[in-house]
Design a protein around this ligand. Structure first.
Ligand SMILES: Cc1ncc(COP(=O)(O)O)c(C=O)c1O
Length: 395
C-alpha cells in the first residue's frame, strides 16, 4: 500500500515545482498508464489494419482472439462502475456521450428537456441544440442557493416536471460548485412520474463509489480521464437495457443499424489507445485500493474546505454528504467579485505562486474549486491559503 501525499507525485509526470490542485479539470494519467498506452500504440503499428479492422470492435474478433479488444478493455471498467459490460460502451468523452443520448431521444414539438443551473454550460448548449432541431425546448431549473440539504434538489427538480417533460439531465458531481447531487433520489422521483433521467457523471468514476445500475437512472455518461486515471480522451456511456435500442452515436458510421454495441464501436477511424489503456488504470486503482483512494481524497477535500474557510473567514454552507473529491470555497470579498478579478488572481497564482487551481466568479463573489488527488496533501492547501492572503494584501 503506498502512502498517499506528495511522494505519490513520483507516479505522475506532473511538474513537481507546481502545486497541482486542478485534477478535476482534465485529469492526469499516472506514468504507468501512459506507458501502457504507448505499448498499445506500438502493438497497433506493427499491424495497423489487422488491429483496427479485425481485432478492435464488437463482432470483429478474428478467429485468433476470444473477444474484441474493446470488449476486453471494457470488462475491468464495468467492474469499477458496478455495470454489466454489455450495457457499457466507450465514448471519447462525456460531451459526446451526452450528445448521443440527447440527439437520439424521440422528441416532438412542444416537448421539454429539463436541466439545472448547476449543469455544465457545454451540456446545456448540447441540450438546446438537440431540442431546437426538433421544435422542443430546454427548461433550466434554478436550484436553491446555498444548497444545505440534498432533498432540496429532489424537491426542486420534481416541482419543475410538467406533462411535457421528456427527459431530466442531472449532474452527479457538479462542475463549478463541486456538489454531489442525490441522483438516485431524483431518479426515483422522476420514474414515479414516467420521466427518464440522463446523468452527467463527468467527475464520478474514481472520485466516488459507483454502482450505476443501482441508481435507477436510464443513461449514465462519465469520463474516466478525470478521476479514473485513464489517458485522455476516455469516456463511457451506460444505458439501461430497455434504453439501448434508440441510441445512435453523434457521428453515423459503419456501425449504423448494428445494435447498441455495434453502433458505438464501429465509429470510423479513431485512436483507440486511451480506451485500451483503461485496464492499466483500473489495475492501479485496484492495487492502491479504491476504498483507500476515496477515503483519502474525500477527506482531503473536506479538510481543504474547513482550512480555507477558517483562514479566509468565509463559510462552507455544504453538508459533508455533498462533498466528494473536490470542494468549492468562497474567497473573502476583498479578493474581488468579477470575471476579470478571477482571471487575474488565477493567473497570478499560476505564474507567480506556481499553484494551479480552478477559480471563478459566481453569484457576486469569487470561488476557488480545489481538487484533491492522492498526490496532494494538506500542505498544498496551506500554500493556497497563504498565497491568496498575500495577493489580497497586495490589492
Ligand atoms: C460536469 C461536467 N460535464 C461535462 C464536462 C465536459 O467534459 P469533456 O470535455 O471531457 O466532455 C465537464 C468537464 O469538466 C464537467 O465538469
Amino acid at each position: 500500500m503506498p502512502t498517499f501525499g506528495r511522494a505519490m507525485l513520483e507516479h505522475w509526470l506532473l511538474d513537481p515545482q507546481y502545486t497541482y490542485l486542478n485534477h478535476g479539470t482534465v485529469g492526469a494519467p499516472p506514468r504507468r498508464v501512459l506507458d501502457a498506452q504507448q505499448a498499445v500504440r506500438d502493438t497497433i503499428e506493427r499491424q495497423p489494419s489487422r488491429f483496427i479492422l479485425r481485432e478492435l470492435a464488437f463482432e470483429q474478433p478474428a478467429p485468433w482472439r476470444p473477444a474484441s479488444r474493446l470488449r476486453e478493455a471494457i470488462e475491468p471498467v464495468a467492474s469499477l462502475l458496478g455495470s454489466k459490460a454489455d450495457d457499457l460502451v466507450f465514448v471519447s468523452n462525456v460531451t459526446s456521450g451526452l450528445n448521443a443520448v440527447l440527439q437520439s431521444l424521440p422528441l416532438t414539438p412542444g416537448d421539454e428537456v429539463l436541466v439545472t443551473d448547476l449543469g455544465y454550460g457545454a451540456i446545456t448548449f448540447a441540450a438546446q441544440a438537440a431540442t431546437a432541431a426538433r421544435g422542443a425546448s430546454v427548461r433550466i431549473v434554478e436550484m436553491p442557493f446555498p444548497l444545505r440539504d440534498p432533498q432540496a434538489v429532489v424537491d426542486t427538480v420534481t416541482a419543475a416536471l410538467t406533462a411535457r417533460t421528456r427527459l431530466v439531465v442531472i449532474d452527479h458531481n457538479t462542475a463549478r460548485t463541486a456538489l454531489l447531487l442525490p441522483v438516485a433520489r431524483i431518479a426515483a422521483a422522476c420514474r414515479a412520474r414516467g420521466v427518464p433521467v440522463l446523468v452527467d457523471g463527468a467527475h464520478a468514476p474514481g472520485a466516488i463509489a459507483l454502482d450505476i445500475p443501482a441508481l435507477g437512472v436510464d443513461w449514465y455518461v462519465a469520463n474516466l480521464h478525470k478521476w479514473a486515471y485513464t489517458p485522455r480522451p476516455c469516456g463511457v456511456l451506460w444505458a439501461a437495457p430497455a434504453r439501448q435500442a434508440i441510441l445512435h452515436p453523434p457521428v453515423t458510421s459503419w456501425g449504423h443499424g448494428r445494435g447498441y454495441l455495434g453502433e458505438f464501436e464501429f465509429v470510423a477511424t479513431s485512436d483507440p489507445t486511451a480506451y485500451l489503456a483503461a485496464p492499466e488504470a483500473m489495475a492501479i486503482i485496484a492495487e492502491w485500493g479504491l476504498p483507500a483512494i476515496l477515503s483519502y481524497i474525500q477527506q482531503l477535500a473536506w479538510n481543504a474546505g474547513q482550512l480555507l474557510t477558517t483562514r479566509w473567514g468565509t463559510a462552507l454552507d455544504t453538508p459533508r454528504e455533498m462533498i466528494g473529491s473536490m470542494v468549492t470555497v468562497p474567497l473573502p470579498a476583498a479578493a474581488g467579485a468579477t470575471d476579470d478579478d478571477a482571471t487575474q488572481l488565477r493567473l497570478a497564482l499560476l505564474t507567480e505562486d506556481t499553484i494551479e487551481v480552478q477559480l471563478h466568479a459566481w453569484r457576486g463573489r469569487l470561488w476557488v474549486r480545489v481538487s484533491a488527488q492522492v498526490y496532494n496533501d494538506i500542505a498544498d492547501i496551506e500554500r493556497l491559503a497563504a498565497a491568496v492572503e498575500r495577493r489580497i494584501a497586495c490589492r
